[in-house]
Write a protein that binds this ligand. Structure first.
Ligand SMILES: [Zn+2]
Length: 470
C-alpha cells in the first residue's frame, strides 16, 4: 500500500476592498464642498496660507510637513491626508500610501492646480460626509507636495532659481540623453533632493505616485528613457483599459513614445529606483481665459475622475498573493496561489520554518501573473514538514527590480490526521474560527509514517542525483 501524507492548510483570505465597479459608482456624486473658482495661478504665499488653514481647521485628517526649502528659502509643503485617529485600516491592516506632487515646472499652473485639487477633494469630502472620501482617508494616506518649484512658480518660469529643469535633475540615468538644463549633477537642486528624501524616507512603500504637469493632455507611464514597455506593462495597460473604458478618453502612453525621449525625470526615478507605479499627468495647455469664470473643479473634473479612480483602487496596484492551499504528499508539495492584484510578481518563494525556528525548506522561485492563479509543484521530502512549523511567502510587489518585497506569514492552521490509509476527512476544521473565510479544507490521512520517511529519503537521494546532472 502506498503511503502518503496529505497536509492541507486553511488560510485566511485577505479582505478585498472596494471593487473597481463600486468605486466607479461613486463618481456620479457631486463635488463635495463649495465650487472652487480661483487658484488657477496660486502664489506660493497664498498656497502657504491655505495649507496651514487646512491643517489648523482639520487636525483629524490633515498634517502639514515642511520637507525642505527652495533655493530662495521657500518651504516645500507636503499635505498629509488620512484619518489620523488610527494608524491602521478598520480591518487592522496597513493603509495604502499614495504620493502626489505638482509644480516641477513653475509655469504649468493647471498641473499644480490639479495637485491642489486632489488634496482639496478629500478634505471637502471628509467634512461633507462623502462616503468615497471617508473610505479613502480611512484606508489610505494621501501625501501631496503641491508646489515643488515655488521660486519658478512665482515668477512664471519653467526653471528653478538655478535655471535648472527640475524634472531632468533626478538620479535615474541623469543627463544621459539630449535634454534641457539638467543641473550640474543628479539632485544638485534642493527641491529635487528634498523630494527624493521624502520618497525614500516617508513614502517608500507607496503603491501610487502621480507627478502633475501641464502641456499636452496625456498621461505618461515609464519609461521616458527607453521606448520599450516597462517590466510592469500589464499593470499600466490594465489601468489604461479601465480609464479609457469609461472614465476618460485621455491618451495613456509610455512617455518616450507618447511625448519624447527624456531622462532624469521624477517619473522614471519613481518607478525605476523606488518601484512605485508612476504616472505623469499632463493637463492640457489651455490655461483659463482671463476674465472667464469656470469653477476649477469643473475645469479639471475629468482629470479628477481619473485621479479618484487611481486612488480608490490603489489596493490593486501591486501583486497580492493569497495562498489557497498547500498540499504535501510523499514527494510533492503543491501550492495553489491566487494573485488578487493587477501587477504580476516574480522571484516569489514559499518557505517553511521548522519548529526550532530555522528555515528548513525554500521553494525555487516562481512567478504569478496579474489577476491570475497558479498551481506550482515542487519535489520535496515530506518528512521534513511538521505541524508546528510556520509558512512564509516572499514576493516582489511588482516585477520591476526596485519594487519593495512583501514578506508575509501565511496564516495557517495545519492539520495532520493519522488514520487508516487513504481516508479523506473532507471538511475537518471548517468551523475553526480562524478559518471562517477559508475556501475549502480537505484533509487526508497517512498510514505508515516510517515507511514514508524511508521512501522520502530515497526520493531525496534521487533528487540530489537529478540536481547534480543539471
Ligand atoms: Zn512640466
Amino acid at each position: 500500500m502506498r503511503a502518503a501524507i496529505f497536509l492541507t492548510l486553511c488560510l485566511l483570505l485577505p479582505l478585498v476592498p472596494l471593487t473597481v465597479a463600486q468605486a466607479e459608482d461613486a463618481q456620479d456624486e457631486a463635488w463635495p464642498g463649495d465650487p472652487i473658482d480661483n487658484h488657477v495661478h496660486m502664489t506660493w504665499a497664498a498656497m502657504t496660507l491655505e495649507v496651514n488653514e487646512w491643517a489648523d481647521e482639520n487636525p483629524d485628517i490633515v498634517k502639514l510637513e515642511d520637507v525642505g526649502k527652495s533655493r530662495a528659502g521657500k518651504s516645500l509643503w507636503v499635505v498629509q491626508l488620512s484619518d489620523w485617529s488610527t494608524e491602521f485600516k478598520p480591518n487592522g491592516s496597513s493603509k495604502e500610501i499614495i504620493y502626489i506632487d505638482g509644480g516641477h515646472h513653475g509655469n504649468e499652473y493647471l498641473g499644480t492646480a490639479l495637485a491642489w485639487l486632489s488634496a482639496k477633494y478629500y478634505i471637502d469630502g471628509w467634512i461633507e460626509g462623502n462616503e468615497e472620501a471617508i473610505q479613502v482617508l480611512q484606508n489610505s494616506e494621501v501625501h501631496v507636495l503641491i508646489m515643488l518649484n515655488p521660486d519658478g512658480n512665482d515668477i512664471d518660469t519653467r526653471w528653478n532659481l538655478g535655471q535648472v529643469d527640475l524634472n531632468r535633475n533626478y538620479d535615474h540615468y541623469w543627463n544621459s540623453c539630449p535634454t534641457t538644463q539638467p543641473g550640474t549633477s543628479a539632485f544638485s537642486e534642493p527641491e529635487t533632493l528634498a523630494n527624493s528624501v521624502y520618497m525614500n524616507t516617508v513614502v517608500p512603500d507607496a503603491d501610487l505616485y502621480v507627478t502633475m504637469h501641464t502641456g499636452v493632455w496625456i498621461i505618461l507611464y515609464p519609461w521616458g528613457k527607453w521606448p520599450e514597455q516597462p517590466p510592469d506593462w500589464e499593470l499600466f495597460h490594465s489601468i489604461r483599459e479601465d480609464v479609457n473604458g469609461g472614465i476618460s478618453d485621455i491618451p495613456i502612453q509610455n512617455a518616450n513614445q507618447g511625448l519624447y525621449p527624456n531622462c532624469g525625470t521624477s517619473r522614471d526615478y519613481g518607478y525605476g529606483v523606488m518601484g512605485f507605479p508612476t504616472f505623469t499627468f499632463e493637463t492640457d495647455d489651455e490655461q483659463f481665459i482671463p476674465g472667464s469664470v469656470e469653477a476649477l473643479n469643473e475645469r479639471l473634473g475629468e482629470e479628477m475622475d481619473v485621479m479618484r479612480y487611481l486612488i480608490n483602487n490603489v489596493w490593486y496596484w501591486r501583486a497580492r498573493l493569497d495562498v489557497q492551499s498547500i498540499t504535501i504528499d510523499d514527494d510533492t508539495l503543491t501550492l495553489d496561489v491566487v494573485n488578487h492584484g493587477m501587477a504580476s510578481t516574480a522571484n516569489a518563494t514559499l518557505e517553511y520554518i521548522g519548529e526550532s525556528g530555522e528555515v528548513a525548506w525554500v521553494s525555487p522561485f516562481f512567478s504569478v501573473n496579474a489577476t491570475n492563479s497558479s498551481v506550482v509543484s515542487f519535489s520535496v521530502n515530506a518528512g521534513m514538514f511538521g505541524d508546528e512549523g510556520m509558512w512564509n511567502l516572499n514576493y516582489q510587489k511588482r516585477v520591476i527590480n526596485a519594487a519593495t518585497w512583501v514578506n508575509e506569514t501565511v496564516n495557517v492552521s495545519a492539520m495532520y490526521v493519522e488514520s487508516e490509509q487513504d481516508r479523506f476527512l473532507i471538511g475537518y476544521g471548517l468551523f475553526n474560527p480562524i478559518s471562517v473565510l477559508a475556501a475549502v479544507i480537505g484533509v487526508a490521512a497517512f498510514a505508515n509514517e516510517a515507511e514514508t520517511r524511508r521512501k522520502s529519503e530515497r526520493d531525496e537521494d534521487n533528487e540530489r542525483n537529478d540536481a547534480s546532472e543539471n
